[in-house]
Design a protein around this ligand. Structure first.
Ligand code: HEC
Ligand code: HEC
Length: 431
């Protein structure tokens, strides 16, 4: 029975949440937000983080933090700031990324986990944020000094860096005024460091982890799943059927302090699920080697045990983030689920340009070493069971109070897990 006081509390909470959504950014997060959407911070002043990780939702759905043109046009990779520059990997959603633990070796399980990017090469969110600015197929700034010169153009940044970090942008000369052979001023590196920390702070703000999907309200006992969704959840969890939860965690857990922790749908490890090569990526890049792209890992991995392994990404908001996989070879959740189910049984086709791709067969795995045959490839699910899993995946879309039209969860209902926050950044050695 719902008491009147409960109703009043829920009402007040929802007012609080609505107010919080727009204004509850700290000063540092607001700076991070400005930097995140600032196209002047790319070579041709035509690209920002938000170009590839859009902050805008479509219709009544939340922002999915991916490249909207990937979804609308089915392109596997994003264009960069320079003309004809393209990435080689599918842009992942960065919602919930802040919950990724730092990269490390789990000795008890004999595997790597944590870290940012498909191969975990950035250890913290701030370190990750330093990469796109200088990546020649992304924002393509030639060096950190040029980047700081762009910051200097805006008085807002000059003020904010002074107030928040006691760093004086005016003390750095514009790169264009440099003397021939002049090396980077010592003040540049600390400014670049703070710029990345401000962006990381923004990525830890509540809009990136809403925890208000249908599944969250179901876990909190506020609503029910349909029969199909319920069946999909059971298959997702059942080790002898879908077995997806083995890698994409789906249950409530408790932290050391006894607080309830909602599932992130990833245990942040690495695996080779056998994706076929994607021949639709411009410039036909070589197959991506996953963890083995990293010099530090390649040097110690004599048995090639990490070759072809990519990060288990969170599945939250997955219905909004097509295409799928590190190379974006799958265009829909239906196709991906069919692949995990029938990878080793369907027959074979030449490549993903074939009209029979996913119908008469699948191409060979791009990297055959370390192919996971234990958890996937021949799940013996019926077509209806595949559909049930997809229906369940669609319950992971945030803003359910807005799009769900569910009287049990009306617009404005607060997330049941809004107090669950990403870990604070590991303190870095200040230069
Ligand atoms: C041109 C498109 C593009 C731009 C611009 C871009 N990204 Fe990305 N982002 C990607 C791609 C592609 C990946 C995966 C690349 C990889 O794994 O090597 C990625 C990965 C990430 C990840 C890792 C997610 C995870 O869970 O491991 C984060 C976080 C991120 N980007 C944030 C940013 C920030 C912050 C900026 C701006 C400074 C930015 N991105 C600019 C395309 C882009
Ligand atoms: C053994 C661990 C494991 C199991 C079990 C597993 N996955 Fe995954 N999943 C991964 C990895 C690793 C990736 C990334 C692979 C890549 O891109 O090369 C992935 C990727 C995905 C993606 C695409 C994510 C994105 O951001 O593009 C979806 C969707 C997905 N899995 C759903 C499922 C479903 C549904 C099941 C059960 C039928 C399942 N997974 C079982 C490890 C697993």
């Amino acid at each position: 029975m719902i008491k009147k006081t409960t109703v009043a509390v829920i009402f007040l909470c929802s007012l609080y949440v609505n107010a919080r959504a727009s204004t509850d950014l700290s000063t540092e997060q607001k700076l991070g937000n400005s930097l995140f959407i600032d196209r002047d911070l790319s070579l041709n002043r035509n690209q920002s983080c938000s170009t590839c990780h859009s902050l805008r939702g479509v219709e009544d759905k939340p922002a999915a933090f991916i490249d909207a043109s990937n979804v609308s046009q089915g392109t596997a990779v994003s264009a960069g700031s320079p003309r004809n520059a393209f990435g080689t990997l599918n842009t992942p959603s960065i919602a919930y990324a802040a919950f990724t633990p730092s990269f490390g070796w789990d000795a008890s399980k004999q595997r790597y986990s944590g870290g940012f990017f498909w191969n975990g090469r950035a250890n913290t969110l701030a370190e990750q944020a330093s990469k796109p600015f200088l990546n020649p197929v992304e924002m393509a700034m030639p060096n950190a000094w040029e980047l700081v010169s762009r910051l200097k153009e805006k008085s807002y940044y000059v003020t904010m860096f002074a107030t928040l970090y006691q760093l004086d942008l005016n003390a750095i000369p514009y790169r264009k005024d440099a003397l021939p052979g002049q090396s980077e001023p010592a003040g540049v590196a600390p400014i670049f460091q703070k710029l990345t920390e401000a962006i990381a702070a923004f990525e830890r703000s509540p809009m990136f982890h809403k925890f208000n999907s249908k599944y969250d309200f179901y876990l909190a006992g506020k609503t029910t799943l349909s029969t199909l969704e319920q069946q999909g959840l059971a298959l997702f969890n059942d080790e002898n059927r879908g077995g997806c939860a083995d890698c994409h965690t789906s249950q409530l857990t408790e932290d050391q302090a006894g607080n309830v922790v909602p599932p992130l749908f990833s245990h942040f490890t690495y695996d080779n699920v056998g994706l076929p090569r994607n021949y639709k990526i411009p410039n036909r890049p070589k197959p991506n080697l996953g963890l083995s792209e990293r010099e530090d890992i390649r040097q110690q991995d004599f048995d090639k045990r990490e070759l072809g392994k990519h990060k288990v990404m969170s599945l939250r908001n997955i219905a909004l983030t097509a295409p799928y996989g590190h190379n974006g070879v799958f265009t829909s959740l239906e196709q991906l689920t069919h692949f995990f189910n029938t990878r080793d049984t369907l027959g074979s086709v030449k490549n993903n340009l074939s009209a029979e791709f996913g119908k008469a067969g699948w191409p060979n795995a791009e990297i055959k070493t370390n192919l996971n045959r234990t958890n996937m490839g021949n799940l013996m699910l019926s077509r209806d069971e595949e559909k049930a899993i997809v229906a369940f995946l669609k319950t992971l879309t945030d803003d359910y109070p807005l799009w769900g039209r569910d009287p049990l969860v009306p617009p404005g209902t607060a997330s049941p897990f809004e107090d669950y926050l990403p870990p604070e950044p590991i303190s870095q050695n200040k230069r």
